[in-house]
Each structure stands twice: as C-alpha cells, then as structure tokens.
Ligand binder design. Structure first.
Ligand SMILES: [Zn+2]
Length: 403
C-alpha cells in the first residue's frame, strides 16, 4: 500500500504561499512589527487590528502541547486515536524582556471576512531568556525536538502537517539568524531587518543585504530498468535495517542532473544516463550548520550495474528487487512508529518522559522485523521509493502534480 500525501512534510505552509500573502486580510511584516512593538511595550491589546501569536523555541525546539484525545465510547471497536500535538502559541505578554527586533515574522492567517480574526505569527529563540517560564507543570506543554514532532505527526491530518510546516520554517529562520551573525563582505555585525525575515550589514559604507539561506541537495533513486531493481544504500549513521536513496550536495557550476550523475558515480561507481525530476521537499531538520536544505528528488536510470561502494561515504549499497522493496514499505510499521512517537510527545508535554532521544523515534519496531525498511512518509526518499515500487517510474504520481 502506498501513502499519498497532499504535499511533502514541511511543504504547504498555511502561513505562506499565495493564500498566506495575497489574501485581503494578510498582515504586512511592517504592520505586524508595529503592533508587536506596542504589545511588548505594554500597550493594551487594542493596538493594531489583528492578534499577535508567538512560538518560542529553545535550542532549536518549538514549544508544543499535546492534548489528550477524547476517550473512545465503550461501544466503539477501534482503539483510542493517538494524541495529536499542536504548537503552543503564546500572546506576546508571555514573552517579556525580549527585544522586539529578535522576533521573526512567520506570516499571517485569517481576516478574509470568514469570521476568523486576522493574526500575525512570530517565532523567537528564548534559549538565553531567564526569568520567564514556558511550558512546565500545569501547562501541559514542553520544548520538543522537531524530528520527534515530525515522526509523531499524523500524515493524514492536514492541521498537524500545517503546524509541522510552520515549525520547520520558523526553525530554519531562527537557525539562520544564529549562523548569519556577521556580514560576509566586510565582517561587520549583521542586524535583522524586515521583521526578521532578512538581515543587513550594520556598516554604513557596506549595508549588504543578507537573505535566508537554502542548501539544495539532490536525492535520487537509481533504477536498473532491465532487471526491475532499485539501488538502495546505507550510511553508518542510519539505524539498523534502514536503507534509503543516494543523496549529495551540488557543486558550483553544476546542473542538478550532473550532480545526480556525479554523486552516483562517486559513491557507487554506477553510471547514470537519463535523469527524471520527481518532486522537492524543504528539510529544516538537517545539520545545524544548514538551517534549511531543499531536497530535490529524481529517478536516475543506470547505464552500468557493477557496484563499487565508496566506504568513506556509504556503509553499503545494493540492488533490491521490486518485491523486496514493497515488503520494506510496510504501512502498519509506519503507523506504529507514528503512534508511539505521538504518545511520547504527549508524555514529554506532561513532564512524564525523561530525556529525548531522536534515534529511537526513527526506529521502526516490529515483532517480526522485516529484513529492511525505508524512511517514513515524512521524507521524500519514502515517496521516491514508493512511487517506483507501486507505480513504476518515471510516471510522476498524480498526488504530486500540485507540489
Ligand atoms: Zn558589510
């Protein structure tokens, strides 16, 4: 069974795109910033004509809450659904003592005449803020690792996936602020501008504008058309039994197709001919030094089949038959992983879980473990592999036509 998504995880952010920026009720960054400043200065809530909501982050983790789901009725045969997490938005009055210029504008929502009041949404890093209390006892909210929230997100729930996209965008912007502290041209301090969505060099004779950074990565499923097999690989940092697509960075002066061919050749010694685009996914949960990667997904047809693994890059790479790949895409296991992560987020928010381990969230447990599995539906690798296994490449599935 293949899992079709409306959009990739972290894409289709409800605060962005045409719906978020061009609606009649959209709040401009400058109007939102003016209202936020007034509220932080203690002006009454009547300042401005929209609500302001703030999402605090601590060390890259958003504040989340996880209300208990309603208990199933005794006549219901199905088990209780796992709790759905939500972002814990706060009014600006709950984030005292933080200068207004470190808040980052995320977008606005509502106010189009549908009865919902327009609201401007902000993110702020409170890692260094002392004295203010966020979450904790009685609030049932906590700072939760974004990867844990990603695995815990129910991919069938549009609202949860929208909140995941907002949190990903917010984390990418905050991490970018942390890494882009100085002007790359003259070395002077870079200061936030345009409600934190851009930066500018503070040196009057330079004033270079600095834009949020996106690091593109090619990710490819290499296919042996003649023998109906796909190439999957393992990195040493993967959890046991997990196999995935090849991926790599693009070098200056290289096209995406050339990067696919070069990376495949360097890592596995396989020559690639035709390269076909599938879809792309923002990936704000990569290394801290890369605030937001953009995974650009391709099918790549092999021209040679002998594998020579570059052991510095990969632990292993092997051809797998379509039947084996289908077995690795076990829907029940993804559902189980999502469910156990959702329960874990619930416990973290209630303060009953000690420590947060990321690696165990990504492990798919099973009583009779399949010989291998591939990443879950939150990752583009899953959809590249699933598209080939169930639908045959290179046809792009209709569910992705709007990506
Ligand atoms: Zn400068």
């Amino acid at each position: 069974m293949s899992i079709h998504l409306r959009a990739h995880a972290f894409a289709a952010n409800p605060l962005r795109g045409l719906a978020g920026t061009r609606s009649s009720g959209a709040v401009s960054p400058s109007a939102a910033a003016e209202t936020l400043r007034a509220l932080l200065d203690g002006a009454d809530a009547a300042a401005g004509h929209h609500l302001s909501r703030v999402l605090p982050f601590r060390r890259g983790r958003p504040l989340a809450r996880s209300p208990d789901p309603p208990a199933p009725s005794s006549s219901s045969p199905s088990p209780a659904p796992p709790p759905a997490w939500r972002l814990a938005w706060l009014p600006p009055s709950r984030v005292p003592g933080v200068p207004s210029d470190v808040f980052v504008f995320l977008g606005s929502h509502g106010g189009e005449g549908g009865g919902e009041e327009a609201a401007a949404y902000w993110a702020v890093d409170v890692s260094e803020v002392e004295g203010a209390r966020f979450g904790g006892a009685g609030e049932e909210s906590a700072f939760v690792d974004l990867r844990t929230l990603m695995v815990a997100a129910d991919w069938r729930d549009k609202d949860t996936m929208g909140e995941l996209a907002i949190a990903g965008h917010a984390r990418a912007l905050l991490e970018w602020h942390n890494t882009a502290k100085f002007c790359g041209a003259c070395g002077a301090k870079a200061v936030p501008t345009e409600a934190g969505t851009r930066k500018q060099c503070s040196n009057e004779s330079c004033k270079k504008r600095i834009y949020p950074r996106v690091d593109p990565v090619v990710i490819m499923l290499v296919i042996d058309k003649e023998n109906d097999r796909a190439l999957l690989s393992r990195q040493s940092r993967f959890v046991p039994r997990m196999w995935s697509c090849l991926a790599g960075f693009i070098e200056p002066g290289e096209s995406l197709e050339e990067a696919v061919r070069r990376e495949t050749w360097e890592e596995t010694g396989i020559e690639v001919g035709q390269v076909i685009y599938h879809s792309s996914q923002p990936w704000p949960v990569g290394p801290n030094t890369m605030p937001c990667q953009l995974m650009v997904g391709f099918f790549a047809y092999a021209k040679s089949l002998d594998i020579h693994v570059d052991k510095k890059e990969l632990e292993d790479a092997q051809w797998h038959s379509r039947e084996d790949v289908k077995k690795a895409l076990t829907f029940a296991e993804y559902e189980k992983a999502q469910r156990s992560s959702a329960l874990k987020v619930n416990q973290i928010c209630k303060g009953t879980e000690r420590g947060q381990s990321t690696s165990s969230d990504l492990r798919v447990e099973s009583e009779e473990p399949a010989p291998m599995f591939v990443p879950g539906p939150y990752a583009i690798a899953h959809h590249l592999i699933s598209s080939w296994a169930f639908e045959g490449a290179p046809k792009v599935p209709s569910s992705f036509s709007n990506l």
